[in-house]
Write a protein that binds this ligand. Structure first.
Ligand code: ADP
Ligand code: MG
Length: 344
């Protein structure tokens, strides 16, 4: 029996919820074939029985399609965690030519994490730096929309080419996940996908690669921060979140995996009425106080500006459309603060 045939059959098996096959994800660990019996070993980190059963079934069906095959056994193996537990950073390889990788996190969705990621990326570009933006929010990959691109990435020279939008190199998990994939299927592979995004995308020379993480500070986010060679983390929060203690969890998450916290951004801090009055709906200043208490930097506050939302919906970030106006200046100042932490 030809192993190549079996391999080709398995190339048709997609990881549940993704439009990508298990071979290209690097999940196949081994094939044994003898007298019509085929043994396949697949390495999975997930314990989700739905995914495991689905994969077993799909592999069996695919391989049984080969005429000579009479029996298929699918073994599920676990990656060897011992090594990584002793040294969680053992598996990390830096990306050549990418100077700083920064993750943007938040306690929950809807606080403006992606808005900040997009505008910070554009602001760093505005300051004359080379910037990449990687959208890893499996629950809401909105970055292509906010950056105004509908293009799909293509492969050239064996590498996935990022999409250039407003001068920023862009890659999104949204290109990979099926829109209607159930949420529970989206999680398990995310760390692997991000690592592939880091190493199999033609980023070229970058000063900064900004990563928009999925919202939350749970195990999934922790594992991401642990497995990606991050140089710093940013926490985006709203005044309400600060008062609920969510920021503390975010800080704890980065601290647990020894990722340097670049600082906190307080988004939707306040708004300015047409008559120029400053209105603090939720009480403001909490982000700065919390940062001071914890001895970490406060990167800045971003007021509520209608322009910020509209420009996000239109795909032209405020930093690009109106760099001299206050909404853009808020982000440009934050970008300067970030830069200060890397340039001594
Ligand atoms: N400072 C702001 N002023 C006005 N609208 C904002 C601001 N920050 C975010 N928004 C809007 O709030 C919504 C949620 O922001 P988004 O960046 O998608 O949040 P997240 O990525 O945290 O889920 C979007 O419609 C966005 O345009
Ligand atoms: Mg988002």
């Amino acid at each position: 029996m030809d192993k190549e045939n079996i391999l080709n059959a398995l190339r048709n098996v997609k990881y549940p919820g993704y439009n990508r096959d298990i071979i290209s994800f690097g999940l196949l660990k081994g094939i044994k074939a003898e007298n019509g019996k085929v043994e396949i070993t697949i390495s999975l980190t997930t314990n989700n029985p739905e995914i495991i059963n689905q994969l077993r079934k799909d592999c069996e069906t695919a391989v049984l399609n080969i005429p000579e095959v009479k029996e298929v056994v699918v073994e599920i193996s676990r990656p060897d965690h011992q090594h990584s537990q002793q040294n969680p950073w053992a598996g990390q390889t830096r990306i050549k030519d990418v100077k700083h990788i920064i993750a943007v996190a938040s306690g929950k969705g809807g606080v403006g994490k992606s808005t900040c990621s997009v505008n910070i990326a554009c602001a760093l570009k505005h300051l004359g730096l080379e910037v990449g933006l990687l959208d890893c929010d499996i629950y809401g990959p909105t970055i292509p929309l906010m950056m105004g691109t509908k293009q799909q990435p293509f492969i050239e020279n064996d590498k996935l080419q990022p999409i250039l939008s407003h001068g920023v190199k862009l890659m999104s998990i949204g290109f990979l996940i099926e829109d209607d994939a159930p949420i529970i299927w989206r999680g398990p592979l995310i760390t692997k996908v991000i690592q592939q995004f880091l190493h199999e995308v033609d980023w070229g020379k970058l000063d900064y690669l900004i990563i928009d993480l999925p919202p939350g500070t749970g195990d999934a986010q922790l594992s991401l921060c642990q497995n990606v060679p991050l140089d710093g983390g940013i926490i985006v929060t709203t005044p309400q979140e600060v008062s609920l203690g969510v920021v503390r969890k975010g800080i704890g998450m980065f601290e647990k995996v020894n990722v340097k916290i670049l600082g906190i951004i307080e988004n939707m801090s306040y708004f300015i009425t047409p008559s120029g009055e400053r209105v603090e709906i939720f009480g403001n200043g909490g982000g700065r106080n919390e940062a001071n208490r914890r001895g970490i930097s406060f990167l800045g506050e971003v007021p509520i500006f209608t322009e910020i939302r509209i420009s996000g919906d239109n795909g032209i970030p405020v930093v690009i459309s109106d760099p001299d106006k206050p909404p853009a200046q808020a982000f440009i100042n934050i970008a300067r603060e970030i830069q200060k932490q890397f340039v001594q």
